[in-house]
Design a protein around this ligand. Structure first.
Ligand SMILES: [Zn+2]
Length: 140
């Protein structure tokens, strides 16, 4: 499961292989093989791969028309890391930025994520939690 580290905004699993990011696209009828397609939606890249359900790379099905981007993937990892910190810790935006900066070896974090963005994320998350509780009460 090494490569299933990235979760996209809509909680869809992502698979990382050789600096390409893939979104889950389907499953073989025997349930043993997962189909992945390149996540570059904007240019509709045809890149496709297969993996086992355990996340082991099997083969490339269709070649990419996009160029691999380490930055693209690192940025997603960074954003996911921050999202996780927002949800699972009570640290201040400043502390979260410091932690992320150490974790990813980035010095100028402001270029990627600002304290204000983290604040907004946390506000949004708290609001989501609250509204989930309301829904829970209504259901009972
Ligand atoms: Zn591609």
């Amino acid at each position: 499961m090494l490569n299933f580290t990235i979760i996209s905004q809509r909680n869809r699993q992502k698979y990382i292989h050789k600096n390409y990011a893939y979104v889950l696209h389907g499953k073989k009828s025997d349930g043993k093989i997962l189909f992945w397609r390149c996540d570059r939606k904007i240019i509709k890249c045809p890149g496709r791969i297969w993996t086992t359900v355990e996340g082991e790379f099997i083969k490339m099905i269709t070649e990419h028309q996009c160029t691999p981007s380490k930055n693209h993937i690192e940025l997603k990892k960074l954003k996911n890391f921050i999202k996780q910190q927002v949800r699972e810790t009570t640290e201040t935006p400043k502390q979260i930025l410091q932690k992320a900066s150490l974790e990813f070896g980035i010095k100028n974090m402001d270029k990627y994520v600002t304290e204000k963005q983290i604040q907004n994320q946390r506000r949004k998350y708290k609001w989501q939690l609250k509204s989930n509780i309301f829904i829970g009460i209504n259901l009972k």
